[in-house]
Design a protein around this ligand. Structure first.
Ligand code: SAH
Length: 259
């Protein structure tokens, strides 16, 4: 789906930034790069900063004007580090990802452009006025301008996060495994009760707990174990530990009796 989302870099002066942008895009599942009149491209610096996103560079389209780059797009978002003082709808990167995905949900064939400006001067007022929305990354007001490739990364990341969330796909590594553990059958109240009785018995046997002077020990332990929502597998581990403790203490007691 993100095939319809292109990154447009206007008049980039450092080819390293083109490579960095290509890498950021590929990391987040974007592949369409359009370069408007780049100062130096192709260039070895671009390849080196792309660190393996060579395919994105190789497929990059070079055009002469922004107009050409966005002619077939139905949604154009222009990024800007500064407040241009032209009243225009402004989005943060998260909102911009929402706009893009909403548009694609409504019109799966829509073409969409994310436009980035020159390293030294950004996008001109004329260029910004060709964009329906302006996207501002909420950086520090007194040091607001990000490196070009870093700005591409922020927008691409937000698109990926929102895309994954909308698909219901995991956004955390190994999420499948952890979910499986948490989805284990929870211990029932009856099982918990047996566990607490077993625990109390062992605590008495090892001399830690005196039921004549309980000092709120059992309620406090109930509160502690209650907080973690034990599942059946975890309960079995704890019961196993208690049983082995009893055996070890029994062995010791029997040994003491023998000697
Ligand atoms: N001095 C320029 C900064 C250009 S930085 C200016 O004031 O506009 C190069 C490009 O990176 C910008 O044109 C924009 O596309 C992107 N960029 C950098 N910082 C950004 C920010 N805080 N929000 C949105 N885009 C940003």
């Amino acid at each position: 789906m993100l095939k319809n989302v292109r990154v447009v870099l206007v008049n980039t002066s450092h080819p390293g930034n083109i490579g960095g942008a290509a890498r950021a895009m590929k990391n987040m599942g974007l592949s369409e790069l359009v370069l408007v009149d780049p100062e130096r491209f192709p260039d070895p610096d671009a390849v080196s900063r792309a660190s393996g996103a060579d395919d994105v560079l190789a497929n990059a389209r070079i055009v002469a004007t922004l107009e050409e780059a966005i002619a077939d797009c139905s949604l154009v978002l222009g990024t800007s580090a500064r407040d241009r003082r032209i009243p225009w709808p402004v989005l943060d990167p998260r909102e911009s990802a929402d706009k893009v995905l909403d548009q694609l949900e409504q019109l799966p064939d829509a073409q969409i452009a994310l436009v980035f400006g020159r390293e030294d001067s950004g996008l001109t007022t004329d260029e910004l006025q060709r964009c329906q929305y302006h996207v501002h990354i909420p950086s520090m007001p007194d040091f607001s301008s990000l490196n070009l490739a870093a700005a591409v990364q922020v927008l691409a990341y937000e698109l990926r996060m929102q895309g994954l969330q909308r698909e219901g796909a995991p956004t955390k590594m190994h999420k499948v495994e952890t979910t499986a553990v948490f989805n284990e059958i929870p211990a029932t109240a009856g099982e918990l009760e047996q566990f607490y009785q077993h625990l109390e018995q062992v605590l008495v046997e090892i001399g830690f707990h005196d039921p004549q002077k309980p000092r709120q020990l059992m309620p406090r332990l109930r509160r502690l174990y209650g907080r973690v929502h034990l599942n059946r597998m975890e309960m079995n581990i704890l019961r196993g530990i208690l049983t082995e403790t009893q055996k070890a203490v029994g062995v010791k007691a029997a040994g003491e009796r023998r000697s």
